[in-house]
Write a protein that binds this ligand. Structure first.
Ligand code: ATP
Length: 256
């Protein structure tokens, strides 16, 4: 049998897609369903090869409606995957990476200033146990979420962020979204993740951070009102209790 270059490309693409499906379903109930479907498929293939017509035709019924069943069972995951593809992930990150980010010395200094302001405010809120949820948009289209909050279009500063999340401020509830060099909106309502693997101790603020990062390529920082811990969520995963230094490094990696 001849193995061509296209066979290799084919295998690499299928491998990549399977890995993405694994990443998407990891830790969810959907992963067990997916394993169940793979098991049914292997069983059907086995009984067909062994020549067991009755069992093979019963299992064959499942397999023949497989694609439709997959779309119904995994509707939220398929939606999330398509959103991820469409929402600036490719435009914003991949293309930028391919073309190389343009970053002059002046721009670098500006970004460093922004990072310092965000980190300073977050650190102060953590010390004072002021709850906060800050999204850093790295190229997604978040128009639908802006409209759920209050548009600001203001220059980023630690004072502004501290004012927004001050518990007496009318803007402190919900998420504040930062894009480029501006605080675009505050008090935004985000989708709350319903993934079963999330620890019970995490409430709505943390679940909203996980939820939005499942659907869009944004970075979400959370300050817990209860513990004063800083956490971040990215691609649906949460990293808890990070230091201000970790936060600074992460922002540098993402924004530069
Ligand atoms: N869908 C949502 N989108 C954005 N923000 C939300 C959403 N739901 C709740 N919040 C924010 O989370 C706050 C409630 O947080 P809650 O105490 O339930 O979460 P938590 O994860 O336990 O955080 P903490 O550790 O700060 O208590 C609300 O006051 C609101 O500001």
């Amino acid at each position: 049998m001849d193995v061509t270059l296209w066979d290799l490309v084919d295998i690499i693409i299928v491998g990549y897609l399977l890995f993405q499906i694994y990443k998407l379903l990891k830790g969810s109930l959907g992963f067990n369903i997916f394993l169940g479907l793979v098991f049914v498929y292997i069983l059907w293939w086995l009984v067909s090869a062994l020549g067991m017509p009755l069992l093979s035709s019963i299992l064959g019924q499942f397999v023949s409606v497989g694609m439709i069943a997959l779309l119904i069972l995994f509707q939220p995951e398929v939606r999330r995957f398509l959103l991820f593809l469409g929402q600036g992930y490719l435009q914003g990150q991949l293309i930028e990476r391919l073309l190389g980010k343009k970053s002059g010395a002046q721009e670098d200094a500006q970004i460093e200033l922004i990072i310092r302001e965000i980190t300073r405010a977050t650190e102060e809120m953590a010390q004072e146990k002021t709850g906060a949820l800050i999204l850093i948009n790295t190229g997604a289209s978040l128009d639908g979420y802006y409209s759920s909050g209050v548009m600001l279009g203001a220059k980023i500063s630690s004072q502004l962020l501290l004012s927004i999340f001050n518990k007496y401020s009318p803007l402190h509830d919900g998420a504040t979204i930062i894009s480029g060099q501006e605080v675009i909106a505050a008090s935004c309502v985000l989708p709350v993740s319903d993934r079963p693997g999330i620890p019970q101790s995490l409430g709505l603020r943390h679940r909203a951070a996980i939820g939005i990062t499942e659907e869009t390529p944004v970075l979400a920082f959370i300050v817990s009102e209860e513990t004063g811990h800083i956490s971040y969520a990215r691609q649906g995963n949460i990293q808890r209790n990070i230091s201000a230094e970790d936060m600074h490094k992460l922002l540098r990696r993402v924004l530069r």
